[in-house]
Design a protein around this ligand. Structure first.
Ligand code: TYM
Length: 329
């Protein structure tokens, strides 16, 4: 049985990118593997959330995980901050991480560009904390979207380095995973780039029908194909990419044909996409609201998950401490 670990930052509600990039893959693996899925609340601190918002965000994300089908009877669901062993492994891994390699990470460079007033050390060592999250359970597979690939490379490198340095086989080298297919990148609705919380281009699982329709109808397009079989521009390709995840193959083919014979009306395409998104999201939204209303259930899931996660995490930290040379008197 393989070990699977993944997580999502609790910086806001979940969007379609989180769902199709990570959550859906995870739910497909949870009954056949030993799975850990956590809420990365420490990671959310790099953007300094207001204390009054932190717990509410975590609570909402937990409800969303459950509503999306993560089964606490099969997988271990927990809050990162409930497992202090993660921070110990983070500290130990920081000692074998080099500032140069962290500074060169593309995600760090992006953050420096996007939040120049808040380039905190947590941002630089973000991939080390992520490696600790993954290695603490000795994961083999990490279901994530394409944007996380650079972080997985660092995790693999640190696992290798630790094993070499301490002459052990303590950590497997985990791989970013999507069932043998390419990692997923869900685009935003603004014509370019990926869907993201900070990009302001996302459809959230909790968005109501009116909001979804409004966002989709406002999505960037172009002035339409001018000749048969013309290559699609990025904004149009993006709409088809999202459609691929929520619409049936006949529907997609229909609109591709209309594109290729230049009779497509983007308004029709968007209306169809909005309809299919609403159908896809409705049952999830119903479950989110039911689960949010059940405070006891949420508390039970979090505390049982924390207990199981700590059991696994403390065994790893014990082994790591011994390998490094810490000994009790
Ligand atoms: P975060 O919170 O930004 O995103 C959570 C997951 O959603 C995926 N994702 C996407 N996938 C496809 N298309 C998109 N547009 C898109 N946007 C987000 C991400 O790839 C990710 O899988 N550092 C992580 C959280 C984390 C983590 C970990 C993940 C912390 N520790 C350990 C795995 C293992 C992050 O910020 O993800």
């Amino acid at each position: 049985m393989e070990i699977v670990v993944s997580g999502i930052r609790s910086t806001g509600n979940l969007h379609l990118g989180n769902y199709f990039g990570a959550l859906r893959n995870f739910t497909r693996m949870q009954h056949k593997n030993k799975c850990f899925f956590f809420i990365a609340d420490y990671h959310s601190l790099t953007t300094h959330p207001i204390p009054a918002d932190l717990h509410g965000n975590v609570r909402h994300v937990l409800a969303e995980y459950l509503a999306c089908g993560i089964d606490p009877g099969a997988a271990t669901i927990y809050l990162q901050s409930d497992v202090p062993e993660v921070t110990e492994l983070y500290l130990l891994l920081n000692m074998i991480s080099y500032t140069g390699e962290l500074e060169r990470t593309t995600t760090f460079k992006d953050k420096v560009r996007n939040q120049p007033d808040n380039v905190n050390a947590g941002l630089l060592t973000y991939p080390v904390l992520m490696a600790a999250d993954i290695l603490i359970h000795k994961a083999d597979k990490v279901p994530v979207g394409k944007d996380q690939q650079p972080h997985l490379e660092i995790t693999r490198k640190l696992a290798r380095r630790f094993n070499n340095m301490y002459k052990s086989e303590c950590f497997p080298e985990p791989e970013a995973y999507n069932f043998g297919e390419k990692l997923v990148k869900i685009p935003g609705l603004d014509g370019s780039g990926k869907m993201g919380k900070s990009e302001g281009n996302a459809i959230y699982l909790a968005d109501d029908e009116k909001t979804v329709r409004k966002k989709v109808m406002r999505a960037v397009t172009d002035s339409g194909p001018t000749g048969p079989g013309q290559e699609m521009t990025e904004p149009i390709r993006n709409l088809f990419t999202i459609m691929h995840f929520v619409s049936g193959p006949d529907t997609i083919q229909h609109f591709k044909d209309r594109y290729n014979d230049c009779t497509i009306r983007y308004g029709d395409l968007k209306k169809q996409l909005a309809d299919d998104l609403v159908i896809f999201m409705k049952p999830i939204q119903g479950r989110i609201n039911d689960i949010l209303a059940n405070e006891d259930y949420l508390a039970r899931v979090a505390s049982e998950g924390a207990e199981r996660a700590r059991e696994s995490a403390s065994a790893t930290v014990r082994e790591v401490r011994e390998l490094i040379g810490f000994k009790p008197f």
